[in-house]
Design a protein around this ligand. Structure first.
Ligand code: HEM
Length: 125
């Protein structure tokens, strides 16, 4: 990743973030720990994640513009988020990054950035 560039730019912008969420959610749905938490119609969640990750990676503030303050930990409170589920979420994200051919050093950096929030959202022992 070039110095001073954002993850969003390093990934290649909107198109890559779209491909990432499209590779991620089928894995989430198939995962025995995660699948049952999500609605059958995953598209609205996928679209919100596209907006959120665009902004989290340093791109346009699509999520805040459309939905308001992210308050992501609070939005996850209705669900039992365990450490095992955070691991599973990050595992699906790693596989999705591999599927869309994000090279290893950028992939590791992205996963590191996401592991902060993922473990922060844990709310159930
Ligand atoms: C730690 C494990 C995680 C679990 C088990 C989890 C689970 C969920 C569930 C069940 C939903 C609600 C789906 C629905 O609308 O019915 C959701 C929504 C969402 N999650 Fe997660 N999530 C996790 C981590 C993360 C992380 C690390 C991020 C981003 C950094 C994230 C971003 C989002 C976003 C943007 C939404 C949509 C919020 C909205 O409705 O506006 N999640 N998540």
């Amino acid at each position: 990743m070039k110095q001073n560039s954002t993850i969003y730019e390093a990934l290649g912008g909107e198109d890559t973030v779209r491909r990432l969420v499209a590779a991620f959610y089928p894995r989430v749905q198939r995962n025995p720990l995660l699948g049952p938490l999500f609605p059958q119609d995953i598209m609205p969640v996928q679209e919100k994640q596209f907006m959120f990750l665009s902004q989290f990676f340093g791109g346009p503030s699509l999520y805040s513009d459309a939905v308001g303050h992210p308050m992501m930990r609070a939005r996850h409170m209705p669900f039992e988020v365990t450490k095992e589920r955070a691991d599973a979420w990050l595992g699906c994200m790693e596989e999705a990054l591999i599927e869309i051919h994000i090279e290893e050093s950028l992939r590791t950096f992205v996963l590191e950035r996401l592991s902060g929030p993922a473990y922060h959202f844990v709310n159930t022992p």
